[in-house]
Design a protein. Structure first.
Length: 473
């Protein structure tokens, strides 16, 4: 049942990727249909990330308030599904550019909510040994959505069917909004509001294990030690401030690595690097999307075996080296530049998809204590969407001012900074229960040592009966 929950919940990730990627093929069609100015295009393109920023703020604030006592994880995800549905239909049947922009804004709002709620829900319903893989399915679904949007663009662009491109995501939106209501609720949320019998039933649906009672005891013991009222202001004080900083910085680095420049502007990038054939540009872009998809599958298989920190070190190394190589090849006008650019961006996508893409979502769903988990993930997600918007807006300006070579050199430098930051500050949460992680965080010990040093973790508070190092499960 846990894997069915992951699949249904991750439909939100699919919708995220689809609605983000579909603009690449529909933009010119919409521009011609409504005779848009550059300002209209900029507003329409930015409506999605702006709406997502607002959506992540909204869900974070909501979950920090008393509203979370009334509505569970499933209810909020179902509501996001209905927003996806109405946004898709609104965009597909838009009679004016204003309606289209508002519809994209609604889709962005849904994406912002889903980007917080889905990893949180999946992490709270998954078992310890499969938690990383289950949450990574969200990123896999996102990449599937991007590939599907590119494929739909390819099939419909010659028919000028931009309305069908937008409206086609309404069906999976309905599947999410209705299907998620038939899944078990988060046992941790149920315990937090005193519905212990329902929490036991949910755990029995999610686990085929004789250790359900032990897991329930761990959850209840952790809840007993938490502050009676969750307050988002607690995130700005120790011991929670380092957790918030880690979440914010990881999402900041994820976006400043330049990933959405590649997703949004891949055909233009290939064109500027010498790939003149329009068909070649589209096929290269689809190839990048397929690599993203396939490598995310590898990430799901590796994340609970290799660990979050090691994969992230590998990922930032690969993204930095590939972007720097692309910069040097272009500056030196290498003969095979069009083909080398495809190779470099493929290596970049490989490195990103196996680590920098999924791991921030996984880590954020793990390291925040339950009483501030929703608010903390909401604030972290705000940094994601803020820098997403900054990168999308700034790329055309940077490219015009400095050229594509030095723009990629800047992204490479940020990736190398991410490598250094990960080496010194990234904890390892592989095979550690959410309750153990929470106890460690609330003990006030340095977050960077979590899961990395046996001796350090075993020292300190005697309240922690078991060391916070990866279990043998």
């Amino acid at each position: 049942m846990a894997w069915i929950v992951a699949i249904i919940g991750s439909v939100a990730g699919f919708l995220f990727g689809y609605d983000e990627g579909i603009i690449a093929g529909s933009l010119d069609l919409v521009k011609n249909h409504f005779d848009l100015t550059a300002t209209h295009i900029g507003v329409m393109a930015s409506a999605l990330p702006f709406g997502a920023l607002f959506g992540s703020m909204l869900v974070g604030a909501f979950m920090a308030s008393r509203g979370v006592k009334r509505f569970g994880r499933r209810s909020l995800l179902s509501f996001a599904g209905f927003l996806f549905f109405f946004g898709a239909l609104g965009a597909g049947f838009a009679g004016s550019i204003v309606v289209l922009i508002v519809s994209r804004l609604i889709l962005g709002l849904a994406i912002g909510m889903a980007s917080v709620m889905t990893p949180l829900y999946l992490a709270e319903t998954a078992s310890i040994e499969a938690r990383g893989a289950v949450v990574a399915i969200y990123q896999l679904a996102l990449t599937i959505g991007i590939v599907c949007s590119y494929s739909v663009n390819y099939l419909l662009i010659d028919h000028h069917a931009w309305r069908a491109m937008f409206a086609s995501s309404a069906l999976p939106a309905l599947i999410l909004s209705i299907g998620i209501l038939f899944m078990p609720e988060s046992p941790r949320w149920l315990c937090s509001i005193g519905r212990h019998d329902e929490a036991v039933k949910a755990l029995r649906k999610l686990r085929k294990s004789q250790f359900i009672e032990h897991e329930l005891q761990d959850i209840e013991q952790t809840l007993a030690n938490e502050p009676k009222k969750g307050n988002w202001l607690l995130l700005f004080r120790k011991p929670l401030l380092p957790v918030l900083m880690l979440g914010t910085i990881l999402f900041c680095l994820q976006q400043l690595s330049g990933i959405n420049v590649v997703i949004y502007f891949a055909p233009e990038i290939f064109k500027n690097l010498g790939l003149d054939s329009a068909t070649g540009q589209i096929l290269a872009t689809m190839g990048i999307g397929l690599v993203n998809l396939l490598v995310t599958v590898i990430a799901i298989l590796c994340v609970d075996k290799v660990g979050r920190r090691k994969l992230l070190l590998f990922g930032f190394s690969g993204t930095g080296v590939s972007l720097l190589a692309l910069c040097l090849f272009s500056l030196n006008h290498v003969v095979w530049l069009p083909y080398l650019s495809v190779i470099c961006l493929t290596v970049y996508i490989f490195s990103f998809a196996i680590s920098v893409g999924p791991i921030p979502h996984i880590s954020m769903a793990e390291i925040f204590p339950l009483h501030v988990r929703g608010a903390g993930m909401g604030l972290s997600s705000m940094s994601n969407w803020t820098f997403n918007t900054v990168v999308i807006f700034s790329f055309p300006l940077l490219q015009g001012m400095f050229g594509i070579e030095y723009t990629f050199a800047l992204y490479a430098a940020i990736c190398f900074f991410g490598l250094i930051y990960t080496y010194f500050y990234m904890p390892e949460t592989k095979n550690i229960s959410l309750e153990q992680i929470e106890n460690y965080v609330m003990s006030g010990k340095p977050l960077r040592f979590l899961g990395r040093e046996q001796g350090h973790l075993e020292s300190g508070s005697t309240k922690l009966d078991s060391p916070l190092v990866p279990s043998s499960n």
